[in-house]
Design a protein around this ligand. Structure first.
Ligand SMILES: Nc1ncnc2c1ncn2[C@@H]1O[C@H](COP(=O)(O)OP(=O)(O)OP(=O)(O)O)[C@@H](O)[C@H]1O
Ligand SMILES: O=C(O)C1=C[C@@H](O)[C@@H](O)[C@H](O)C1
Ligand SMILES: [Mg+2]
Length: 180
């Protein structure tokens, strides 16, 4: 049996990091953590409040602390869903790359738009034109997701369960090649 190391999901808002991460953790029996939730718990406030009071810089500082904590202070391997901007800081990319097996969940801008439109919990998308914002972010971040990832998985399948299966198959394949 293959023992998975930490599995770290990166990708844009709406790629499904939280949704797929939770499903993967259920099938592996590993604990699931979401850096966005840890930031909120540590701050005692939600993400929109942190952005409003501390700006994006304040949020990013908290994010680095949370990513470090989650990749250094756990006794057992975990499944970690990160925030969409976790790859923006170079120090975060080092933490992520060294912290486990990094999976980039790829989604087109149109998919990101559909999947983020149900919630107003993402401060960066509270603009007149969320599609233009997602496109700009994607142009900057897609190379960074690729830089940090060991594996890239397309999330084009409609059902999160089949995406989770695809992710697990890709991880198994990667670990088999690594151990061959
Ligand atoms: N493969 C999929 N097919 C269809 N809908 C999906 C898929 N994956 C996720 N979703 C839906 O898209 C929405 C956003 O997913 P989720 O919150 O998991 O994204 P995220 O990558 O964690 O975003 P963020 O970076 O903002 O935390 C949710 O409503 C989820 O149910
Ligand atoms: O893409 C981003 O920069 C963000 C994504 C979310 O997961 C949160 O981390 C926050 O809303 C910022
Ligand atoms: Mg999420």
């Amino acid at each position: 049996m293959i023992i998975a190391p930490n599995i770290i999901l990166v990708g844009p808002m709406g790629a499904g990091k939280t949704t797929i991460g939770r499903l993967l953790s259920q099938s592996l029996g590993n604990e699931f953590h979401d850096s966005d939730r840890v930031i909120e718990e540590n701050a005692g406030a939600d993400i929109p409040w942190i952005f409003e009071k501390e700006g994006e810089d304040g949020f990013r500082h908290r994010e680095t602390q949370a990513l470090y904590e989650l990749t250094h202070n756990m006794d057992k391997p975990i499944v970690l869903a990160t925030g969409g901007g976790a790859v923006m800081r170079e120090e975060n990319r080092t933490i992520l790359r060294n912290g486990g097996l990094v999976v980039y969940l790829y989604a087109t801008v149109n998919q990101q738009l559909v999947r983020t439109s149900k919630s107003n919990h993402r401060p960066l998308l509270q603009t007149g034109n969320p599609k233009a914002t997602l496109s700009k972010l994607f142009a900057v971040r897609d190379p960074l997701y690729k830089e940090v990832a060991h594996i890239i998985v397309e999330t084009d399948t409609r059902h999160p369960k089949s995406v989770a299966k695809k992710v697990w198959d890709a991880i198994e394949q990667h670990l088999k090649l690594e151990n061959a």
